[in-house]
Design a protein around this ligand. Sequence first.
Ligand SMILES: C[S@@+](CC[C@H](N)C(=O)[O-])C[C@H]1O[C@@H](n2cnc3c(N)ncnc32)[C@H](O)[C@@H]1O
Length: 224
Amino acid sequence: MLGVAREKARVEGVGVDGEEVVRFLEGDVGALEGLEGLELGNGEGEEEEEEEEKFDVITICSALVLLDRPGEAMKGWVERWLKRGGRLVCDVPCPRAMLGIKTLARVGKMVGVETLGDWEWVEGAESLRKMMEGAGLDARVIETEAWEEVPSRTKFLGRMGEEGVWGVEEGGDVFDDLTRGREKWRERREEARGLFEVEWRGMGGEDGLVREVNGLFVGIGVKR
Ligand SMILES: C[S@@+](CC[C@H](N)C(=O)[O-])C[C@H]1O[C@@H](n2cnc3c(N)ncnc32)[C@H](O)[C@@H]1O
């Protein structure tokens, strides 16, 4: 993704002629302390100078749910790198969005197969708002409309023949589609498939269908 970002900057002509407008740094956003290029102040802990160099805006797009401890990470960004009055903008998928990848993450935890992130804490807009408040922000969270172009939407077409609607009994097929050719699932495949089927069935409505609705919660917070 850094490669994509660099290319976009090049195409847009941002920072051409050696002018440093955008700087790309590579690191774990859950542990940014000590990352080269992100130091604040003169290194002598002068508070005013550090405050001046902090960011006006911090944003994280389509990645908060990939972090193991998102609340802790957010608190760190706000405390250390956001100016007073600065904004943090972030998003998380709604509970009915990206059901395949999310269920796979849950099953991975059950059988000890490593998958990225923690999606379980997102129960509604309020979960994100609380996390942001806990990080020291005055926060507002909005829910987007459902939309079609979502990279992590569940692509498998079930018996209903349309995207986003499956029978409750089709969990095993969705699992197969998501894990095809993925070596890390090989040893626990049978057990994981069974658990996935149970989870999938549990998400079904009275009509016997599982429905995916791809919307996001978008949070905008101002540092107190
Ligand atoms: C779904 S992509 C979104 C990329 C980009 N923000 C966008 O919206 O197009 C998620 C990105 O988060 C990165 N990522 C996941 N966990 C990370 C972490 N702990 N530190 C830094 N990057 C991480 C992944 O490598 C991936 O590039």
